[in-house]
Design a protein around this ligand. Structure first.
Ligand SMILES: Cc1ncc(COP(=O)(O)O)c(C=O)c1O
Length: 432
């Protein structure tokens, strides 16, 4: 191999350090196969019926999953659904969002964390994030609260909990709700308390890419019995059972128009097996992430993810901050060179959500701007969240490689690739 020449870089035709594709994330084993076969053999692939009675709440596997989930997360109620998106929609409705209400959300997240607000006629108000843990910034939250504010959505991004104790206090002080989108952080904690249990509702995802996977699937957990019942009504055509349940007041009826967000018995059976593995899956992620962090700490210009004292990070993603001046390569060129070496290292995460046409043009339902038209003072102009914009434009790199079955051997090749790219920085153009 040619050394100390631009030709060494895979970007310019050199041999990539990673010679074959990384194994895909796959945590499905014999237990899941047996569980699915048990369901198939039973012939009952879904236990739900949309009329009052035991089956309104799902089948055996669904109820079993919900029981196990609430026990695992030490919280009274767990209501499953067919995705975290569905659980977020249900949560926003169950927490009483009405047309025209403002809900404060971070713009650096998966789009459903904000679109769930729109479906209830609410208006997302985007709030800047903390530049160390990338989650919603409590100080910015407080500066945005006004008489139209109904609640806060906190996303525990990349596996690190948001500053949930502070957010809880703010929500209580202003008598607004706190909804946690915990899709990326199942098993994360603050002082041994589970992320997902600080909010009035905490939402989880079991989609194919998540730590716990069942193909598709979601869960909403809460402490309030009435909120749990609303979640169940929204999940399964609530309007047709509400009178049978004796729920006739305005408050009971409000926001219970139901959908079909029901989880199948097969998904629940798989999720049940995955829940048993959650702690060990997280431990593997943490070990791999710690390997990377130890090495990246020694590389000037790169900053591994911060973990706050007494917080448990579960590393759905591994974010790295880059100082372009110090390292002498632009973030985008760095990512390109790493990708050529065989690694999925992305420049940034997602465009700040408010930059999407949905918010820039304020066209959502119909053509007249509903629900944005209900509160024209909410701005989605570029510049409203400078921390997010800077991270996305030049400061953040993220990779997903901290998943089992990858090993410390893979992590070392990733580090070797970082070093190889840095060593060849003169061939990659200077930073701005
Ligand atoms: C933060 C966050 N919220 C919500 C979702 C939506 O999850 P689901 O695919 O289960 O609807 C995701 C999935 O990528 C996510 O990362």
């Amino acid at each position: 191999m040619v050394k100390n020449s631009y030709k060494e870089l895979a970007l310019y035709g050199g041999t990539p350090l990673l010679s074959k594709d990384l194994p895909l994330y796959n945590t499905i084993g014999e237990e899941e196969k047996e569980a699915v076969m048990r369901v198939l053999d039973s012939g009952e692939l879904s236990g739900f019926v949309a009329s009052a009675g035991e089956n309104f709440y799902g089948g055996r596997e669904v109820k079993n999953l919900e029981r196990n989930f609430s026990k695992f997360f030490d919280i009274p109620y767990a209501v499953s659904s067919n995705s975290a998106t569905s659980s977020l929609h249900s949560a926003i409705l169950a927490l009483g969002v009405s047309p025209g209400d403002n809900v404060i959300v971070p713009p650096y997240t998966m789009s459903a964390s904000a679109t769930c607000v729109l479906f209830a006629g609410g208006i997302p108000v985007f709030c800047d994030i903390d530049d160390e843990i990338f989650c919603i910034n409590p100080k910015s939250v407080e500066s945005l609260i006004n008489k139209s504010t109904k609640g806060i959505v906190a996303v525990n991004l990349f596996g690190h909990p948001a500053k949930l104790n502070e957010l809880r206090k703010i929500a209580d002080k202003h008598k607004i709700f706190l909804l946690e989108d915990n899709s990326q952080a199942p098993g994360a904690k603050i002082n041994k308390k589970n992320a997902g249990t600080f909010g009035d509702i905490g939402v989880f995802s079991f989609n194919r890419h998540k730590t716990m996977q069942s193909g598709e699937g979601g869960m909403a957990i809460c402490r309030d019995k009435k909120v749990a019942l609303k979640l169940q009504l929204i999940r399964n055509h609530g309007e047709v059972v509400i009178s049978d349940l004796g729920l006739t007041s305005k408050a009971d009826l409000s926001n219970t128009v139901g959908l079909n967000f029901r989880m199948t018995e097969m998904e629940a059976a798989v999720a049940n097996c995955q829940l048993k593995k959650l702690d060990s899956l997280n431990e593997k992620r943490i070990q791999l992430a710690n390997y990377l962090t130890k090495a990246i700490n020694e590389i000037p210009g790169l900053q591994p993810p911060k973990v706050f004292k007494n917080y448990k990070h579960v590393y759905y993603f591994y974010p790295i901050k880059i100082n372009e001046e110090e390292i002498g390569i632009t973030r985008d060129k760095f990512a390109e060179a790493m990708q050529a070496e065989g690694f999925n290292l992305r420049p940034g995460y997602v465009k700040p959500i408010y930059m999407e046409p949905l918010y820039q043009k304020k066209i959502c339902f119909g053509k007249n701007g509903f629900p944005f038209s209900l509160n024209k003072n909410v701005s989605y102009k570029k510049g409203i969240c400078p921390v997010v914009e800077k991270l996305q434009s030049s400061e953040l790199l993220i990779t997903n490689i901290v998943y089992p079955p990858l090993t410390s051997g893979h992590m070392q090749i990733f580090i070797d690739a970082l070093m190889k790219v840095i060593k060849n920085k003169d061939y990659l153009g200077n930073a701005k």
